[in-house]
Design a protein around this ligand. Structure first.
Ligand SMILES: *Cc1c(COP(=O)(O)O)cnc(C)c1O
Length: 429
């Protein structure tokens, strides 16, 4: 293709030749990296296809039900597809599970009873779970139901502390929760290998401890999922990786027969369980989204690696660093001042296919304890498998960047964000 076409369109978007050059230089060093990401996506794609074919997904599965949703063959088959992919006995995948926090709350509340203790194996959990657990007092929290909480803190390198985990397990410990992704922290995201060690450690104290993995943002990033290495439940959101950018709502829990059964009675009502729950018109997007998930996730991983490599080169701190292996799609970049975080988010917003003329502003988001700025111009509201960035307005002013339904769009968004910092004099290029 003629260079001129690219030059013209970059000019239209206000990307300077210097920023284009900086981007291309960074990309030259990422070829081998990207090949490995594509190879992993190919493997995960075939695993998804195998799950579709084994369960004989056919056209009638795409038809939805209404009302009670009895005998919803499409819903039941999709749950079998998820269970197969995650290598679990069973799964719940529903539009009635409204988001990741809801899916996690459901998994916890249905499998814990008064007097039980919940142990977080990797320090403080994701912000919204603090209210679910009752670390921050909240109506309806686990604490209100007499479920206690303990946490094994990370070691000084931000890695799981296996001794601390072993020592934190008491007779009351019923469930160990393990958050795979860093969330709004700068600790390393856990590899599936590391998760296996945590599970083995907890189960070596008592075999029947339930191990739950908050799998948000981790699906399809590695060849294996945490449920391949002994997790009793993996939990996530369909407006992240496994919805492939197409699912408009939903969450999943994949796990053992017993854990899923408990969750199903909590989701609807005792006696009803999984038999009710209309899929309405959600199924085609849930199926197709899961099918697209591996390549969409690969686009997001490439975007993350590119962002880390580019911003690091200009002196910003990136977690993980551009050269590190990936275990989720989140890229944290610390700006150490609010202007940097805000400029980055403005750039991402202005690169969006929807709402590109809007300006993101810090606001008090429910469930979070400091102001948060969010850039998202998404087809699905709040979807963070689509190109998006957000971050709490607190030191070190870190932007959590994620998504990119396509690699060209992810690449462009990062260049636009970088350009915005250049234009505001926050970086010299
Ligand atoms: C996104 C996320 C959640 C919560 O999901 P929501 O859909 O935003 O409610 C929980 N844990 C982690 C690690 C997440 O990334």
């Amino acid at each position: 293709m003629s260079e001129k076409y690219m030059d013209d369109i970059y000019k239209f978007f206000g990307i300077s030749p210097e920023v284009v050059k900086a981007g291309e230089e960074v990309l030259d060093g990422l070829k081998e990296r990207f090949e490995r990401i594509d190879k992993n996506a190919e493997y995960c794609q075939l695993k998804v296809l195998r799950a579709f074919q084994k369960n004989n997904v056919n056209e009638s599965c795409l038809m939805g039900t209404t009302g009670y949703g009895y005998n919803d063959i499409g819903r039941e088959t999709l749950e079998k597809v998820y269970a197969d992919y995650f290598n679990t006995e069973d799964a719940l995948v529903r539009p009635q599970i409204t988001c990741g926090t809801h899916a996690l709350a459901l998994a916890l509340m249905s499998n814990l009873r008064p007097g039980d203790e919940l142990l977080s194996a990797v320090g403080r959990p994701y912000d919204t779970l603090e209210e679910v657990i009752g670390i921050r007092p909240s109506k309806g929290s686990l604490a209100e139901y007499g479920i206690t909480y303990a946490q094994a803190d990370l070691d000084e390198n931000g890695e799981p502390d296996l001794d601390a985990i072993r020592n934190s397990v008491t007779d009351a410990t019923r469930l160990v929760t393990i958050q795979r992704s860093k969330g709004y922290q700068t600790r390393p995201t856990l590899s599936v290998e590391k998760i296996a060690q945590i599970i083995d450690t907890a189960k070596s104290v008592r075999k029947n401890i339930i191990c739950l993995v908050d799998n948000c943002y981790g699906e399809f990033v590695e060849e294996r999922e945490p449920s391949d290495v002994g997790a009793d439940m993996v939990v996530g959101s369909l407006i992240k990786n496994p919805g492939g950018g197409l699912a408009q709502v939903g969450g999943y829990i994949a796990g053992t027969k017993e854990c899923i059964e408990n969750a199903s009675y909590r989701l609807t009502a005792p006696g009803l369980g999984r038999e009710v729950g209309p899929s309405l018109e959600a199924l085609p997007r849930m199926y197709q989204g899961f099918f697209m998930g591996p390549t969409v996730t690969a686009s997001a991983v490439k975007s993350a690696v590119f962002a880390a490599s580019l911003f690091e080169r200009y002196g910003f701190d990136a977690y993980p660093s551009g050269s590190e292996e990936r275990h989720d799609i989140i890229q944290a970049i610390s700006f150490h001042k609010p202007e940097g975080l805000i400029a980055f988010c403005e750039g991402i917003q202005s690169a969006a296919p929807v709402d590109s003329s809007f300006m993101p502003e810090p606001w008090d988001m429910p469930g979070y304890d400091s102001k948060v700025i969010m850039a998202a111009g998404a087809f699905v509201s709040g979807s963070s498998i689509e190109l998006s960035a957000d971050g709490p307005l607190r030191d070190p002013y870190t932007a959590y960047f994620q998504g990119g339904l396509t690699w060209p769009h992810g690449k462009f968004g990062i260049m636009k964000a970088f350009q915005t910092l250049v234009d505001k004099g926050l970086v010299i290029c």
